[in-house]
Design a protein around this ligand. Structure first.
Ligand code: UDP
Length: 240
C-alpha cells in the first residue's frame, strides 16, 4: 500500500516505548535506538514534531485509582512527559540532531514554552520540535496533545508508534482471529471503540482531516518503512 509523501509529520510515541524491555522508567540504550530511527527519517528531509507520553513513569489515572486527586495526579503525569522529552532531546542531540523542547506547562529553566510561530521557525531550520506536557491541562492525554499539535503545526499525518502493528477489530493478544485493518475511517474507530487513541484525539484528527498512521515502533527500521509505504500499519482516515 502506498503512503502519500508527507513533508511534515507529528510522531507520537507512548512513554512505554522509552522503557525498552524494562518494566518502568527510561532505558537510555533503547531511547538512543529510537532516536537513531528518528534521525534517519529527519535526514531524508522530513520535518518532524515529536510528542512523547509519560506512561512509563506516571499516569494520572493510576494515581486517581489509588485515591489521589485526579487533577493533581495528572499534573504529575505531565511532568513525566517533560522528563521523557528531555531524555529524547538528549539522545537526538548526541546524534547531532538539533532539537528544541516546548512544554505546555511553562518551565523556563528547562525548555521553551509552546509558541507556535517559534516552533514553525525551528522546523524550517531543520530542528526537531518535541512538544511536552500534552495540552497542559488535566483530564487530557498526550494523544490529545499530539492531535492538537498536529493540527496547529499543520502536519500532514499523525504517526502513532506503539507496540502493536496497527488497528485490529479485536485484541490480537486475546483473539487469534483478530483482523488488522489496512485503512479504517474515523467514525468506525469511534463507534466501535477501537483502540487507536482516545476519542477526543481521534475526533480532533477527524475534524481537521489528519490521517492517523498506527504502526509498531518496536520493529527496528519500521518508521522509515512505514513512511515509504512498505511497512505494516493501519491508516485511520476519511472515507476509508
Ligand atoms: N496528562 C495530562 N494532560 C495532558 C497530557 C498528559 O493530564 O494534556 C497526564 C495524564 O495523567 C497522563 C500522563 O500525563 O496519564 C501521561 O500521559 P499519557 O498517559 O498520555 O502517556 P502515554 O500513555 O502516551 O505514555
Amino acid at each position: 500500500m502506498s503512503v502519500p509523501s508527507y513533508k511534515r509529520i507529528l510522531l507520537k510515541l507512548s512513554g512505554e516505548v522509552l522503557m525498552g524491555e524494562q518494566q518502568f522508567g527510561i532505558d537510555t540504550d533503547y531511547v538512543a535506538r529510537v532516536a537513531q530511527e528518528v534521525k534517519e527519517v529527519r535526514d531524508s528531509g522530513l520535518q518532524i514534531c515529536l510528542v512523547i507520553g509519560g506512561g512509563n513513569i506516571f499516569r494520572g489515572m493510576a494515581g486517581a485509582a489509588k485515591g489521589m486527586d485526579r487533577a493533581q495526579a495528572d499534573y504529575m503525569g505531565m511532568l513525566a512527559t517533560v522528563m521523557n522529552a528531555l531524555a529524547m532531546q538528549n539522545a537526538l542531540e548526541q546524534l547531532g540532531v538539533p532539537t528544541r523542547v516546548q512544554s505546555a506547562v511553562q518551565m523556563d529553566q528547562v525548555c521553551e514554552p509552546v509558541i507556535r510561530r517559534r516552533a514553525e521557525r525551528h522546523l524550517e531550520k531543520g530542528r526537531i520540535v518535541i512538544f511536552a506536557a500534552g495540552v497542559g491541562a488535566p483530564y487530557f492525554t498526550t494523544d490529545s496533545g499530539a492531535a492538537l499539535r498536529a493540527a496547529e503545526m499543520k502536519c500532514d499525518a499523525l504517526l502513532k508508534g506503539t507496540s502493536v502493528d496497527g488497528v485490529y477489530d479485536a485484541d490480537p493478544k486475546k483473539d487469534a482471529a483478530a483482523k488488522r485493518y489496512e485503512t479504517v475511517d474515523y467514525d468506525t474507530v469511534l463507534a466501535d471503540n477501537l483502540k487507536v487513541m482516545d476519542a477526543s484525539a481521534v475526533a480532533l484528527c477527524r475534524d481537521n482531516n489528519i490521517p492517523i498512521v498506527v504502526f509498531s515502533i518496536r520493529e527496528r527500521g519500521n518508521l522509515a518503512r512505514v513512511l515509504s509505504g512498505e511497512g505494516t500499519q493501519t491508516i485511520v482516515k476519511k472515507d476509508a
